[in-house]
Design a binder for this molecule. Structure first.
Ligand code: ADP
Ligand code: MG
Length: 253
């Protein structure tokens, strides 16, 4: 197993104000797998991803990579192997930094050579030409911004991408383009994805297995075949399935 989360608990705040955002979640992701977490807003999905990065107040449980418990704070080596892409490409890119700066900073921080070449390659990998290199975020569309965010995540050649609603802020047609790009990059590089979405259709399209979360708990794990066959054990998952009824996978490919 590449990533194992065992009985994770995360609590924000104290006493009467405490929010028990994650309550005993366990999951395991294989190397090369695409694993999804789905659930409605506030169910604790983002908090699980942040906990992996050491950015959430974990009160119990263990997170392991390659069988080794992760140390807090996470090491520089961790961030070379594991990168995160956030929901909102508007918020995740600095408004006064060019694409060039966005891409060159992680290379400088981690001491990579051949930066020029890597930046041009990263842009090409996400379908953006060199003409985008010296643009600012406001000179890009939402889909182009999210491509830059993906390029930034991939430029360090990580093995794992943590994707937090990477297309929720995009129009449906652009959403499909970015999902297809992510799918292709994973296939080409043998990447491992852990992808969060409130949209069962998105996770069903992208992921081989998925965990349904509700109120901070994992209620059910499904394989894609279960999803296609509409096989669900719990009433909550059946409700999510019914809500996504009418979606046809062909529409997103
Ligand atoms: P999701 O991503 O599924 O929408 P989140 O993981 O963002 O859910 O949030 C789960 C719960 O934790 C929510 O009730 C949210 O309000 C709370 N929460 C998340 N981050 C914080 C924080 N930094 N401080 C306090 N509460 C938080
Ligand atoms: Mg979230």
């Amino acid at each position: 197993m590449l990533i194992e989360i065992e009985n994770l608990h995360v609590t924000f705040g104290h006493g009467l104000d405490a929010v028990h955002a994650v309550q005993g979640v366990s999951l395991a992701v294989n190397e090369g797998e695409s694993y999804g977490i789905v659930g409605e807003s506030g169910s604790g999905k983002s908090t699980v991803l942040r906990a992996i990065c050491g950015l959430a107040p974990t009160s119990a449980g263990e997170i392991r990579m390659d069988g080794m418990p992760l140390r807090t704070p996470r090491s520089a080596a961790f961030y070379r192997r594991v990168q995160m892409v956030f929901q909102d490409p508007y918020a995740s890119l600095h408004p006064r930094h060019t694409v060039d700066r966005v891409l060159s900073e992680p290379l400088a921080i981690h001491g990579f050579d051949r930066r020029e070449e890597r930046i041009n390659q990263a842009l090409a990998d996400v379908g953006l030409g060199q003409g985008f290199r010296f643009r600012y975020p406001h000179q890009l569309s939402g889909g182009q911004r999210q491509r830059v965010a993906v390029a930034r995540a991939l430029i360090l050649e990580p093995r794992v991408l943590l994707l937090d609603e990477p297309t929720s802020a995009l129009d449906a047609s652009i959403q499909a383009e970015v999902l297809n790009l992510l799918d292709r990059l994973r296939a080409e590089r043998g990447l491992t994805y852990l992808m969060v979405s409130h949209d069962l259709a998105v996770v069903g399209h992208m992921c081989e297995r998925l965990l349904v979360m509700q109120n901070g708990e994992g209620v059910e794990e499904l394989a894609r075949a279960d999803l296609r066959a509409r096989r669900a054990e719990t009433p909550y998952t059946r409700k999510l399935l019914a809500a996504s009824e009418g979606y046809r996978p062909a529409e997103a490919s």
